[in-house]
Design a protein. Structure first.
Length: 248
């Protein structure tokens, strides 16, 4: 089985922490050239410096994925540095508004979550696909969630935004396949990341249910395992793969 992604040119959003950090590390250690887009500058620069020190090719850009100008400029600069874009892995996302009733849900939280999770996905695909279409090849991985596709989200905004990302991936899969571009969305479950831990802590604080918090905490999975799945999805061995991939 050929899982060699060495010399692949990759843009990873949300690469400073959580699943994104594990994906960046895995791709870099396997010889890919990686551009990180994030707003968590301290963590992103620290990761970039460490991986460069170890002999890998990594560069960091501060990019707010809600901002079309920042995305456009970042993608242009990254594409020039990478000398092409083979893979986009869009992991930038937030979860806010957990356990807030719909009649009390803050509009600004809705706008922020939908802006980063859904609009950010759209803008990244829009600007990266411009280069992939010219190349006649590419792989795009978006991040949705079972909370948005299957229901059961703790946040109205999060579930809605991730459902939108799922729909976007299905449309993109159909429209971009003619250009040799493969599009998937991955639906991570309960993963031990800062985002998930913040959500379950918020829910515990609102509901006072310490037992539920402990039970959820026990089942969180290692983000390194999700990174390995994404790595496979981006390889040539996954060429026959279609649609969405669910994980624990």
């Amino acid at each position: 089985m050929n899982l060699d992604l060495s010399n692949k040119k990759v843009i990873i959003t949300g690469g400073s922490t959580g699943i994104g950090k594990e994906v960046v590390t895995l791709f870099a250690k396997n010889g890919a050239k990686v551009a990180i887009f994030d707003v968590n500058d301290t963590e992103g620069i620290e990761l970039t410096n460490q991986l460069n020190k170890d002999g890998h090719e990594i560069r960091y850009w501060h990019v707010d994925v809600r901002d079309s100008n920042q995305v456009s400029g970042g993608v242009m600069a990254a594409e020039q540095w990478l000398e092409g874009v083979d893979i986009l892995i869009n992991l930038a996302g937030i979860l806010q508004g957990a356990s807030i009733n719909i009649e009390e849900f803050p509009d600004e939280v809705w706008d922020s979550v939908v802006g980063i999770n859904l609009t950010g996905s759209y803008l990244m695909v829009k600007h990266v696909s411009n280069y992939m279409i010219k190349q006649k090849k590419g792989v795009i991985i978006l991040t949705s969630s079972g909370a948005g596709v299957l229901g059961g989200s703790s946040s109205y905004a999060y579930g809605s935004s991730k459902g939108g990302v799922h729909g976007l991936s299905l449309v993109m899969m159909d429209k971009l396949s003619q250009y040799g571009i493969r599009v998937h969305d991955i639906l991570p479950g309960s993963v031990d990341t800062p985002l998930k831990n913040s959500q379950i802590e918020t829910t515990r604080d609102i509901t006072g249910n310490q037992d539920e918090y402990k039970n959820v905490k026990k089942i969180l999975v290692n983000p390194e395992g999700i990174a390995k799945i994404i790595y496979f999805m981006c390889s040539d061995e996954a060429g026959l793969l279609k649609g969405s991939i669910r994980t624990e």
